[in-house]
Design a protein around this ligand. Structure first.
Ligand code: HEM
Length: 158
């Protein structure tokens, strides 16, 4: 159920709870989760490996930090959307194209399924897929402004 303009065209409250519950369970082993995520991504789409630095340690930390901030802000889409649009602008500068988001989404959902096991229900998967689709839409739409001056969701990233 949506309340107020801010929440329009965003996840409903039940899905926010669903996503947060699942994330809390994978966050207990966040390092293992991000390591598995990249391993799965590079297995599904080996050409994406070249986009990333050889040493993924910092990248895994940044992803972990971003996920924590993202999941924490799910009920504040007005704050979240400009930060995601700026993240999308930076991704274009890394050479990421729209098609890459499809395989990254699959790697993310598969990693969640592997880490959550039977507790990852079809409704959970649908909620995460919905969230990922919304993030992709915002990230690939662009901010139409300088990413250096756009708001940052995650100060550790750059
Ligand atoms: C939900 C979608 C995504 C999220 C939340 C996300 C998150 C992040 C974060 C937090 C960073 C750190 C740098 C920064 O903040 O600018 C980053 C960098 C990066 N991401 Fe993503 N990302 C997403 C989708 C993708 C996709 C689809 C690709 C394509 C393979 C990708 C490839 C990269 C690359 C190549 C870097 C830079 C690595 C480097 O040179 O240090 N990301 N991402």
């Amino acid at each position: 159920m949506h309340s107020g303009n801010e929440a329009r065209d965003w996840l409903d409250a039940a899905d926010v709870v669903r996503i947060r519950d699942g994330f809390a369970r994978v966050a207990a082993n966040a390092d293992g989760f991000t390591a598995d995520f990249y391993a799965r991504l590079f297995e599904l789409a080996p050409t994406t490996r070249a986009l990333f630095p050889d040493d993924l340690t910092t990248q895994r930390e940044k992803l972990k930090h971003m996920l924590v901030m993202l999941i924490g802000s799910l009920d504040r889409p007005l704050q979240l959307k400009p930060a995601l649009a700026a993240l999308g602008d930076r991704h274009r500068s890394y050479g990421v194209v729209k098609a890459d988001f499809v395989v990254v989404g699959r790697a993310l959902l598969d990693t969640l399924a592997a880490h959550l096991g039977d507790s990852f229900t079809p409704a959970d998967r649908a909620a995460w897929a919905d969230l990922y689709g919304r993030i992709t839409a915002v990230m690939t739409s662009g901010t139409q402004r300088n990413p250096a001056t756009a708001p940052a969701l995650c100060t550790a990233s750059g």
